[in-house]
Design a protein around this ligand. Structure first.
Ligand SMILES: *[C@@H]1O[C@H](CO)[C@@H](O)[C@H](O)[C@H]1NC(C)=O
Ligand SMILES: *[C@@H]1O[C@H](CO)[C@@H](O)[C@H](O)[C@H]1NC(C)=O
Length: 367
């Protein structure tokens, strides 16, 4: 090869080498992914068979990279999905093993979804709180143990935190209320104990707070009503106590309020009867007093379940003036008197009223 030829040759080599660097995934990201792969075991679908070769940004199942930097930006592994890989295997996903702390070396991650694999155990790596660009953390439906990382509140871009359906213990970390971008919090069905943090209201962007099926205790902080966008508050099946705050009935967009299966006491706030709340479940608590006689055209309930409490007195007459009541359950209380006639009572069955002290009239026996 002459001088010019050699020059051309090395230029071409340089070009090839630099395009490979620009287009391929950085070796350090690839190494982190391979460490993640090594600590997981997915025997049925073979998704990790695709995690091979140098370019982790292309054709590695569930991995995607930022177009400009080529850094790994999303890990999206769902054990229940419509992806053809599941249809071909004719089954949902199952995966065992643990989530390697090597995931924290992918420091450009914007979303981590490792959901519904049923068998992934171990703890959530605490270093995950140091992923500065993380927006979505979705680990629903595994067998994760340990606590929510204490420093989770560092993730100031986090909008979705979903660790539902795992075996998480410990309390809601103090720092969690620092997640000022959080819109969706789902901690359902774990073993989380302790109180709802007093400064929960600082989660100003929250629209769904789903905390049911844990071991939470203590009261609902009054100030929770300051979360203007909150539409769905599910605190059912815990050990919460104290009164139901009046303020919940004054929230602008709260439409689902599930407080069933706790130890709430006191009376039903009047405010809840004329509020935007359309799904109200207060079943299985220690609620006393009468059902507020305050229904009106703004009372619209797809579900109104007040069963299994200590309610007394009559069914209020104004209930017939509600705009709509779909499912009504007043059973297992100490109500007494005539069941009002007309809507919504014309479509209800006896089971909505049974096990009270002395209710009578349609659909129960005549008075
Ligand atoms: C919440 O954030 C503030 C400001 O960044 C910080 O000073 C405080 O220590 C954080 N709280 C917790 C409990 O981490
Ligand atoms: C209300 O909560 C109770 C107790 O958790 C549950 O059994 C019931 O199905 C719920 N009601 C409706 C209508 O979902």
């Amino acid at each position: 090869m002459g001088g010019l030829g050699r020059l051309l040759h090395s230029t071409v080599l340089l070009l090839v080498a630099s395009t490979a660097v620009v287009n391929g995934c950085p070796p350090s990201d690839r190494a982190a992914l391979l460490a993640i792969k090594a600590s997981l075991h997915e025997p049925y679908l073979g998704i990790f068979n695709t995690w091979t070769g140098y370019d982790c940004c292309h054709n590695w199942y569930g991995v995607s990279c930022d177009q400009e930097t080529n850094r790994v930006a999303d890990i999206n592994l769902r054990g229940e999905s419509e992806d053809p890989i599941f249809e071909r295997a004719k089954r949902t996903g199952y995966m065992t093993g643990t989530i390697s702390p090597a995931i924290c070396r992918l420091d450009r991650l914007s979303s981590v979804t490792v959901a519904d694999w049923k068998g992934i155990s171990g703890e959530i790596p605490s270093c995950i709180a140091y992923l500065p660009f993380l927006r979505i953390l979705d680990l629903i439906g595994n067998r994760l143990t340990g606590e929510i990382p204490a420093e989770i509140g560092r993730l100031n871009r986090l909008t979705v935190l979903n660790v539902a359906d795992n075996l998480i213990t410990g309390e809601i970390p103090r720092s969690l209320t620092n997640l000022s971008s959080l819109t969706h919090l789902d901690l359902r069905n774990n073993r989380i104990s302790g109180p709802i943090p007093r400064d929960f209201w600082r989660l100003r962007m929250l629209s769904r707070a789903l905390l049911s099926g844990n071991r939470l205790s203590g009261p609902i902080p009054n100030t929770i009503a300051a979360i203007y966008r909150l539409a769905d508050l599910d605190l059912s099946m815990n050990q919460l106590s104290g009164p139901i705050p009046d303020s919940l009935g004054k929230m602008a967009v709260l439409s689902t309020l599930n407080l069933d299966g706790n130890r709430f006491s006191g009376t039903i706030p009047l405010t809840l009867i004329n509020s935007p709340v359309a799904n109200l479940n207060l079943s299985r608590n220690l609620i006393q007093g009468t059902i507020p006689d305050a229904f009106g055209p703004r009372s619209y309930f797809t579900v109104l379940d007040l069963s299994y409490n200590n309610l007394r007195g009559p069914i209020p007459k104004t209930i017939s003036s509600a705009a709509y009541i779909g499912h009504l359950d007043l059973s297992h209380n100490h109500l007494c008197g005539r069941i009002p006639a007309g809507a919504p009572f014309d479509h209800l069955e006896a089971s909505s009223f049974t096990f009270n002290d002395c209710l009578c009239g349609m659909p129960l026996k005549v008075c």
